[in-house]
Design a protein around this ligand. Sequence first.
Ligand SMILES: [Zn+2]
Length: 489
Amino acid sequence: MAKLITLFKLLPKAHQIALAILAIFTSLILMFPSEDAQASKQTSMEPSAKLESHTRYQVPLAFRSPSAPETSAKSDNSEDQTTLPTADDEAFSAHLSSLSSGSKTDQIIDRIDGELKAQQKALKEAAELENQVEYYEVTKGDTLGGLFNRAGLTAKDVYDITRLPLAKKNLLKIIPGEEIAISKNAQGELTELSYRMDKISTLVITKANDKYKETVNKKSLETRQSFITAKIKSNFWSAAADAGLSANHIMQLANIFGWDIDFALDIRKNDHFSLIFEQEYADGQFIRTGNILAAEFVNQGERYTAIRYKDGQYYSETGNSMRKAFLRSPVDFKYVSSNFNPRRLHPVTGQVKAHRGVDYVAAIGTPIKAAGGGKVIESSYNQYNGNYVFIKHNDTYTTKYLHLTKRSVKRGDTVKQGQIIGTLGRTGRVTGAHLHYEFIVNGVHRNPRTIDLPKSLPINRSEKAKFDGLSKQLMAQLKSNQAQQVASN
Ligand SMILES: [Zn+2]
C-alpha cells in the first residue's frame, strides 16, 4: 500500500485526479461484497502480520559484482516523470471491468468508464499544453544563449537566469552531451528549468510572479553492503578485479594490509581474501564506492584481519592498530612487475657483493615512498649506488633507497611516512631498472619483508568494549558469507 501511495505521488497532477476518481469508484464496487474481494482482503493481511516493524531482520549480503550494479526495476526516479507508463488508464479500466464482471453494475460501469476516459483525455491534454517538458541537449560549441534560442526563449531569459548564483556557476559552463529540461506555460514562457549538476544533484529553476528562484534537488544516498571473496591464481590485482572489486577498493585493501604484507613481493598462489565493503546508490543507480568495513587476508598461510572503526582507522580483529612505524614496501605493488613470480627475488645478476637488500623491479619513474617518518641523512650520487637516499628514523632504524632516477629530498629534510622521496631508476652499477631497498636495525641489515615491525597504539581502552562488539559482529558476517560462498561453489 505504501508503495502505491508513493507511486501515486510521483504521478502528474492530471493522473492523480483521474486516479482519485477511479479509486472512489473502485471502493464503491468493493462495497458490494463479492467472494473475490473478501478472499483477497484476508490474504493481503497475512504478510504484514508476520513482519514486525522496528525489527531488524537478517538479510544475507549479496555475492555480486560492484562494477555491474543492477538497475532497479521499480520506476522510483522522481525526476523521470515523463517515463511513467501512459498505459495506466487502460490498465485501470481493465482492472475496473474485471472487478465488476458478471455483476449487475456492468452497464453503469461502462458508462462511468467512458466518461472517465474522456475526462482523463481532456485533463491530460490540458496538462501537456500547460507544462510541457522539453529536453535540449547541449551540442558542440553550444552556449546557454544558443540553447535558449533553440528552445524559443529570449536573451532576457538568459540574462535573468544567470543572475542566480548557482545558475551562473553551472549553466555558463555547460558541455556537449549534457541536457537541460525546459517547461513552458501555454503562453510559451519559461516556468521551470532543470539541469543535472552531478549524479545526485539537480539544479531546478522555477519562475513564479516574474521572479526566478533556484533550488537544488538531491537524491538521497543509500549505502549497501557487499561481500567478496577470492583466491589468488596469478596475481592479487586480477584476482580482486575478477571477483568484482573496483580499482579503488583494491588499493584500499592493499593499503589496509600494506603494513603487514608486501604486496609487491610476498603474494603467492592460493593466498586468499574476503571483505565486506560499502557502495553508495541513489535511485538504484551506483554512485560511488564506500569504505571497506571488514577484511581478512591469508598470505602464505598467515592470517591477517582488519576492522574499520568509527575513527576511520583499521584495527585487527583483536583491536591492534594495522598501522605500523614502517611500510612493508616502499613501492606500490601495482607498479612492480611480476609481483607474483617468486624466482624474481634477485633479478639483478652480476652482483658481486652479498645482496643485503630487497629489489623491486618496476618502470623507471615509479614513485618511491619513505617507509617511515624520519630525517634524510644522505641524498647524493656515486658510481655504485647511483642516486641514493638514506633515512634515519630513530636511533634504531635506518632505511636506504638506491639507483633512483631522481631524488626529491635533500640531506637534512624531515620526511613523513609515505612521502615520495624520488623515482625508481637504473643509475649506478646495475643491469636493469630497479629499486634496491635496505632496512637496517641497530646497524645490522635485516629483511624488511619478514622482520617484526614496531606496532603503533592499539584501540583506546575506553573504546575496547564497543570495538569488540563491532569486530565480533563483522567477523561473524564475514564467516557466514564465506560459508555461503563455499556452499554455492
Ligand atoms: Zn639490490
